[in-house]
Design a binder for this molecule. Sequence first.
Ligand SMILES: NC(=O)c1ccc[n+]([C@@H]2O[C@H](COP(=O)([O-])OP(=O)(O)OC[C@H]3O[C@@H](n4cnc5c(N)ncnc54)[C@H](O)[C@@H]3O)[C@@H](O)[C@H]2O)c1
Length: 356
Amino acid sequence: MADLLITGGAGYIGSHACLVLLEAEHRLVVLDNFSNSSPESLQRVQELAGARAETRLRVIEGDIRSAADLERAFGAGPFEAVIHFAGLKSVADSVANPLRYWDGNVVGSQRLLAAMAAHGCKSGVFSSSAAIYGNSEAVPIGETAPVQPINPYGHTKAAVEQLLADVVASGPGWRVACLRYFNAVGAHPSGRIGEAPQQVPCNLFPLLVQVAAGMREQLTVYGADWPTADGTGVRDYIHVLDLAEAHRAALDLLLGEPPQELVLNLGSGVGHSVLEVIQAFEATTGMAVPYGLVDRRPGDSASSVADPSQASQRLGWRTQRDLPTICRDCWSWHQANPQGYGPPSAPKPAPPKRVP
Ligand SMILES: NC(=O)c1ccc[n+]([C@@H]2O[C@H](COP(=O)([O-])OP(=O)(O)OC[C@H]3O[C@@H](n4cnc5c(N)ncnc54)[C@H](O)[C@@H]3O)[C@@H](O)[C@H]2O)c1
């Protein structure tokens, strides 16, 4: 049992990780400014974790860029480790607002690390991203593939990794894991917590469920001429609970072994094309997903699939949930929460169509 500070714990991945960490008996303080989440997610985490976890989750509203907010959070410690999810994650938004992304992701992480150092907390798990690999030619992508991000979001994640490497090299005692996530998808099977985008989504799964639910007419598929088996882009989709469990395993390793820096890809190692995802979703849920093929989108790549063998060796972890499970859990979550955690105020969707 450890005392942990979780930044961004109310968000999509953070909320699932909080549940898994509570189930592993840890005590959590979440620091979140709710800029892309709702306190409701953590109420539901508490509900799912049950009475045994009642006193082990505390929530502090605050911003990782604010020294005063960080002091308040660390005042609730001492913490054995920080798990740092807080950050901004939209590639498109980062292209339009790079200053915001460098501030939220890089300045925020720098201030968090300064607070950790000041409070003698030298262990941390950090959310990195496959975006740091850019258009990698390696398939699958191992951790030694070149770091060559192609957008401001990826630049900020690569910059934070560099900052962490510099901090680890600066003196003894730091225990750091940089976890490079591939595409996080799915939801808790209860349908109580899941991804609740506050803006118009630009990722495949949130759009796909909205089309299936009749909230959008059709799914736009960007590019049918990629050098892949069916011409559509291939990605490595990882269930958010598999991702959450990898955080628990990384934390156990960091706290149980001598100080070190771990850099690990988190993915399933299996790629699925957009058309395969649509077919799997229709087959699993019985719901039709009309789609239209259009030209490639600038900045996209043909294929991005992890080589997760390092994570498997170091953490004794591998993904447990397949594409049909991902589709089923996404759909259950969306059906129960068509407006995410928000009030049901959006216009009523058209009736969805079943697969004929
Ligand atoms: N979702 C993915 O597929 C994916 C892939 C790779 C990496 N990541 C990274 O994983 C992390 C979590 O992603 P997510 O999908 O859960 O995103 P999310 O937006 O759902 O969660 C991020 C959380 O951080 C909070 N937050 C943002 N800025 C903050 C600040 N300055 N101070 C305090 N709280 C702040 C938000 O309110 C939100 O609750 C992010 O750093 C993201 O870049 C996500």
